[in-house]
Design a protein around this ligand. Sequence first.
Ligand SMILES: [Zn+2]
Length: 210
Amino acid sequence: MSLALPGELREGYRRFRQTRYQAERERYRRLEAEGQRPATIVIACSDSRSGPETIFDALPGELFVVRNVGALVPVYAPDTRSHAASSALEYAVLALQVRSIVVMGHGRCGGVAAALERKAPLTSTDFIGTWIAGLRDLADELDPGEWADPERGRRTLELRSVEQSVVNLRTFPWIRSREAAGTLHLAGAWFDIGLGELKELGDEGWRAVP
Ligand SMILES: [Zn+2]
């Protein structure tokens, strides 16, 4: 059984080598020699339409990215289990000393939609069901009025999820202390796929990024 790359990826790689790599060759070589020094870690959804490097027009070396279903940040849990998002945060904050952490959700999120599909509960052996359990808890806390319009309900939960992930970031002692000292900035964002527009979490709620 072949383990070769799919054809469309091979073609994309050829385009990368011929165009972007040629244009950014010196940058890649410098990054290899000097190491990465990204200023920001972005926690984004695995959704193929919400790539942070694309949305923030970032160059190689600029963003440290962790992606998972729903763009979720778990609470600080120093146990012996494997924690993908937490280990990425630890490396970015303690080793790379990033200056910002951005949690970015997006519209039409499948992870959020799954949390709302109460009629067909996921089994206990289902990875997604376990992963998005926190989203279901958030959905339970929302005002029932939000659900009069399912579209609005989903949007509300997408935004609430980002807010909760920012709260969860502050359960990490080395994030909380750096934010208090003013050396680490936390931010929340939400991307509208169809419009290509970004909202950010301001002091008085969500607002459009100009
Ligand atoms: Zn998503």
